[in-house]
Design a protein around this ligand. Sequence first.
Ligand code: R2B
Ligand code: URA
Length: 310
Amino acid sequence: MDIMTTVNGNEHVKHGLVPMKNSKLLQLKVDHLYHIALDTEQHDLQTMFGDVKFVCFGGQVSRMERFTSFVIQELGLQPGTGDTPTNYAAGTDRYALYKAGPVLAVSHGIGIPSLSVVFNEILKLVHYAKCTDVTFFRIGTCGGVGLEPGTVVLTEKAVDGAFQPFLSTTILGKKVQRPAYVEKPLLEELLSCSENTDDFKTVTGTTMCTDDFYEGQARLDGAFCDYDEDDKMKFLNNVKAKGVCNIEMESLGFLAMCNHAGVPGAVACVTLLDRLKGDFVSTDFSLLKSWQHRAQKLVLRFIKRRITQQ
Ligand code: R2B
Ligand code: URA
């Protein structure tokens, strides 16, 4: 297939296509999307993925597989031939990639570095596939700050572990800053998908995105900890006072990359615990699964609404 017609072109934006920011890709004969085991020569990406409108990222493979089955069921789609949805990235076990009608579900692992690799390749995939009017979501889990566990938090803006509202990344040995925010209309549209009859709360707020689950999130139960309970609580109370509702590990990278790519993106995470009350995530996995389903439900309502509006 043709790698690409234009780069960064207004024509792309006009037609709702995903613009590609890297003109060097035009010189490639074949682009290998190495970590998702697809390429532009052996796979007809436009036929396989051209109808995708919603790309949903989430940390775990099994969660994204379950989400795909849920989408298939809720959108009344024909299930595939196997017992489980097809993993299009099965040639590698780095990430998993599922498709249900207009929805692509992608696992991203833990942390911004892991997310960044698959995000790059998915962005190129939706470009090569000539997808139009695509919206990206991260559907995840987090620690809440002063919220009842099981609450869904929609990120308004993301900050790093030192409250900086941008992704700080290193390119050619230099620090580069990329802002991470959610477009207000998209946030409001997503928030409007919560319903009075929901058995959980949905709130919006600032998300703190850290480089680590333990010291990075002021836990006392990591292998390393050079601070005490008082230091921890001082920090977490300050986090709350600064308007942070939840803490996780990818929102900043996700939103910064969406913003930089010119793709609308939003983050919906369910809180697994209240960090003002403790450090341990419950090991009641069936309860955790049912909570994780809440953020998925909300995003799926958004998708259904958008589909019926088309
Ligand atoms: C939430 O949960 C994971 C850590 O347990 C991490 O990926 C995140 O952001
Ligand atoms: N994910 C995180 O990053 N932190 C938590 O506390 C829970 C889930």
